[in-house]
Design a protein around this ligand. Structure first.
Ligand SMILES: [Zn+2]
Length: 114
């Protein structure tokens, strides 16, 4: 049982949403509810209903709701997300290597280009 704030990265964006940030006193149980689509968190429920996969990108153990609010208030959640940061680096590397533009993930670049 871990209390803290967690960051979920959606495999496919839901409209403009690519992340969900939540706090729980028991993150493991909370994630199990998210997996079943029964967590009462609106965004996670619609993502579940849409059949979109997701991964826990990061956990901040011991952080509280104030911290959760701080992360949520930032428009560029991607900067906190290792998955997005990794894709960004990969995209830039492909750009430098002359990869075709259509192979780049422009959504990820736009989201992290703060
Ligand atoms: Zn992400």
């Amino acid at each position: 049982m871990t209390a803290g704030v967690y960051l979920i990265h959606f495999d496919v964006p839901y409209h403009h949403a690519r992340h969900y940030v939540g706090w729980s006193g028991d993150i493991e149980s909370r994630l199990a509810l998210h997996r079943k689509g029964s967590s009462k968190a609106r965004l996670m429920e619609v993502v579940h209903d849409a059949g979109i996969g997701w991964h826990v990108a990061w956990v901040w153990p011991g952080e509280d709701r104030t911290f959760e609010r701080m992360i949520k208030d930032r428009k560029h959640t991607a900067r906190f997300c290792p998955i997005c940061r990794g894709r960004m680096q990969m995209s830039l590397w492909e750009l430098l290597e002359g990869a075709p533009a259509f192979a780049l993930d422009w959504d990820a670049i736009e989201e992290i280009a703060f």
